[in-house]
Write a protein that binds this ligand. Structure first.
Ligand SMILES: *Cc1c(COP(=O)(O)O)cnc(C)c1O
Length: 401
């Protein structure tokens, strides 16, 4: 199935509304149906042989594992939105991270991984990649062109995540990409925080963009899905290996993610506004040392964020001034509206304590006090602020006890 070619250079929100839809091929239905299909029948032997043409492996509907019209629709929409060549889906965001790494790295190869990467990405490198003979070096996410001195002749991949998980460092992706490409390495980016809307990976030099569709794309805390979007050069290498391993995504999750995608722009606009309002209020609190959120002018990554991003989502960190673990727990337990939970990007607000210092090996993370991570949902931000005010009352009471 050919990737989406817009007839006109439509603007982003128009694309979000129309990409991946083919009412004429589905009885006029606005949305693509959910194809529950493993076997795809051929009408005769000529069609059977045509569908088995290796060159058409990802072009035709020939077996459920390799894609159905439901998954192709979401892939088309994601690739066009981010400006990549094509997309492929996975059963989780984590699988969308591990499959391209397995596709592009083999025994004897070297990987540069951001020290601020998502925790399970680190575990995959340290356990699985290591066992297959791939060496990982963690690098300071604040290195820009300076990353050149870490690149070796066998460095095949530089993996970035910006802002970083838990600590929200903004990376200089164009500088990292220039240095990597100079030495023949590909740049992979976990772009989950920004989504395809707020960081145009391919215009910034990325070769492979990775998304946990579980987060903002799904947007309703009810599905687990991953997506990878690549340049034309990287496409068959990554897609071929993913298919060789047997990766695929279920049609119901693809359908729900496509439904989520239709409202991504309007949801993110509100997430951004609410996130900024709550973050600014937190900055002014006496219990708070700093807020880790690049869209804030006080954040060290703000200039890069302003240069490279097109907007902000609503996940950020808060470093508290000295407080006991018990006091932080009392604060979180006193909240009414913030769920204690990890997988963000849904419509609801979340909170959790985080411990980045346990994960870092290339850099040192030494915050002033305990860290918490907030996801700001679509509630009225004033209600969220009043809830957090109750939380801080509980924190102070626990400190005084
Ligand atoms: C959640 C997350 C993932 C993994 O997504 P799952 O669908 O839960 O496997 C990957 N990267 C980042 C940055 C995430 O936050």
């Amino acid at each position: 199935m050919k990737h989406y070619e817009p007839r006109r250079p439509y603007r982003r929100d128009t694309l979000l509304t129309h990409l991946g839809r083919r009412p004429e091929a589905q009885m006029g239905a606005v949305n693509p149906p959910v194809y529950h299909a493993s076997t795809i029948l051929s009408a005769n032997m000529a069609e059977w042989e045509e569908k088995r043409d290796p060159k058409k492996r990802f072009e035709v509907v020939r077996y459920g594992l390799l894609g159905t019209p439901t998954t192709f629709a979401l892939e088309e929409a994601l690739a066009a939105l981010e400006g990549g060549y094509r997309a492929m889906l996975f059963s989780s965001g984590l699988a969308a991270i591990t499959a391209p790494l397995q596709a592009l790295l083999g025994a004897g190869d070297h990987l540069l991984m951001a020290d601020s990467c998502y925790g399970p990405t680190r575990i995959f490198c340290d356990r699985v990649l290591k066992r297959s003979g791939v060496e990982t070096t963690y690098y300071d996410p604040l290195l820009s062109e300076g990353i050149a001195r870490l690149l070796r002749p066998n460095t095949k991949v530089v993996f970035a995540e910006s802002p970083g998980s838990l600590t929200f460092e903004t990376q200089d992706i164009p500088a990292i990409a220039a240095a990597a490409h100079e030495k023949g390495a590909l740049v992979l980016l976990d772009n989950t925080w920004a989504t395809p809307l707020f960081f145009p990976s391919f215009a910034r030099g990325v070769d492979v963009s990775i998304h946990a569709g579980t987060k903002y794309i799904g947007g309703h805390s009810d599905l687990v899905l991953g997506a990878v979007i690549t340049t034309e050069e990287a496409y068959l290498r990554v897609r071929g290996t993913a298919a060789d391993i047997g990766h695929c995504a279920g049609p119901d999750d693809a359908f729900m993610a496509l439904r989520g995608l239709r409202t991504l722009s309007v949801r993110l606009e509100r997430h951004e506004r609410n996130g900024l309002q709550v973050a600014r209020w937190l900055q002014a609190r006496p219990e708070v040392a700093r807020v880790l959120y690049p869209p804030l002018p006080e954040d060290p990554g703000h200039a890069l964020w302003k240069r490279d991003f097109l907007g902000a989502t609503s996940l950020f960190g808060v470093v508290l001034k000295t407080a006991s673990k018990e006091a932080v727990h009392a604060m979180i337990d006193a909240l009414d509206l913030f769920g204690i939970g990890a997988s963000w990007g849904g419509f609801e607000s979340l909170i959790q304590p985080v411990h980045a210092e346990r994960l870092r090996t290339a850099t040192r993370w030494a915050p002033e006090g305990p860290c918490i991570r907030l996801h700001i949902g679509l509630e009225d931000p004033q209600d969220l602020i009043e809830d957090l005010e109750r939380g801080f009352d509980a924190l102070r009471a626990a400190m005084a006890a």
